[in-house]
Structures are given as C-alpha cells and as structure tokens.
Write a new protein. Structure first.
Length: 207
C-alpha cells in the first residue's frame, strides 16, 4: 500500500473520531439541562459560555476538515447558513422584545434552550459530516474494486502475452540452433574442400 493511501486512511479515521466526539458532546449538552431540571437545579452561566465556545470551535474544525472535499454550491450553502446564524443572534433579541409575553415565557428557559440547541446543532453537524465522509470512503472502495477488476481482466491478456513471448523465445532458440548446425556443416564442407584442393595439387605435381 502506498504512503498516500495509508495517509488517506489515517485521515478518514481522524475525521470519524472528530465526528464521534462532536455527536457525544451534543448528546451531553442535550442531556445536562434535562438532568439538572430533574434534580431541581439550573445550568451555570459559566458552563453555558464554555459550551457555546466549545460548540463553535468543534463545528468550525469539522467544517474545515471537509472543506476540501465539498463543491462550491455546498460551501456557499454553509456560508450563508453561518451568516444567517450570526444575524439571528443579532436580530432575534429585537424580535423577542417586540413580543414581551413570549420573552417572559422563554426567559426562564433561555439557558436550557440555548444549551439544548447547541447540542442539537453539534449532533446534526457530526452526523452529517460522518455520513458524508462515509459515503466518500464507499466511493473510494468502489473505485478500488473497479481497479482490481480491471487488473483481473488484464491478467489473461498478460498471460497470453507471456505465453507468446515464451513461444517466440523458443522459436528464436530453434533458429539459433539451426544456424549453428548450418555453420558446423559449412566448416566441414570447407575442410573437405581444402583436402580435395590439396590432393588435386599433389596430382598435378606427379603429372
């Protein structure tokens, strides 16, 4: 296996681990308000602030990890979603102030709702990213299987070429052997010719 393939596999494992952590953190953020309310407690503002920063950083890191694999349309979609999220933080309080009764109802639950919303966002981001990367891995496996099948299809042709090369090499060896035999016969004929020539010269001397 090449170094690049091993690196891609290790990166996919790291991506999955990151997504798994995000999902479990999101589950924890949803569960903590439920548990604290069950025991009659409240979520501390410090934890709420930490969860907000943590969810932002985790979601940001997850988005950066897969940004290179996303097309421009999806990048624009997530970019606009991010801008919409920022604008909602700015203008949602204005809308709530226009409806004081709704604000009075939501105000006691604001910390819990915020924390649960952050947990839900993290779960959605983690599951979405995990399934996206899993589909990418499946596509790579499909391409690899197709490549292996192509190699298998080429194997008979390679075997046929090897057999043809062996036959050609055998034919060349036979031709070389025939040439060597012909050369040996030529040497014998040359030797007989020299003997006949020598005897002919002796006969001329006797005459």
């Amino acid at each position: 296996m090449s170094v690049n393939k091993e690196s891609d596999i290790n990166l996919d494992k790291a991506y999955r681990l990151n997504d798994t952590i995000i999902v479990f953190v999101g589950l924890g953020m949803i569960g903590i308000p439920i548990i604290t309310n069950f025991f009659g407690g409240t979520v501390p503002n410090e934890f709420l602030f930490g969860a907000t920063v943590s969810s932002f950083l985790l979601a940001l890191s997850d988005g950066i990890l897969i940004a290179e694999r996303m097309n421009k349309f999806i990048l624009w979609f997530y970019g606009l979603s991010f801008i919409g999220g920022i604008l909602s933080v700015i203008y949602l309080p204005v809308v709530l102030n226009m409806f004081p009764r709704l604000l009075e109802i939501l105000n006691p639950m604001s910390a819990d709702l915020t924390l649960m919303a952050l947990g839900f966002v993290l779960m959605v981001v983690g599951v979405r990213s995990f399934t996206y990367k899993l589909s990418t891995v499946k596509e790579l496996r499909t391409e690899f299987t197709s490549l292996v099948q192509q190699v298998k299809d080429l194997y008979p042709q390679l075997e046929e070429a090897r057999n043809s090369n062996e036959k050609l090499a055998k034919s060349i060896a036979e031709k070389n052997e025939q040439i060597n035999k012909f050369g040996s016969q030529l040497k014998d004929l040359e030797k007989e010719y020299n003997q006949l020539k020598s005897e002919n010269e002796k006969l001329k001397v006797y005459k």
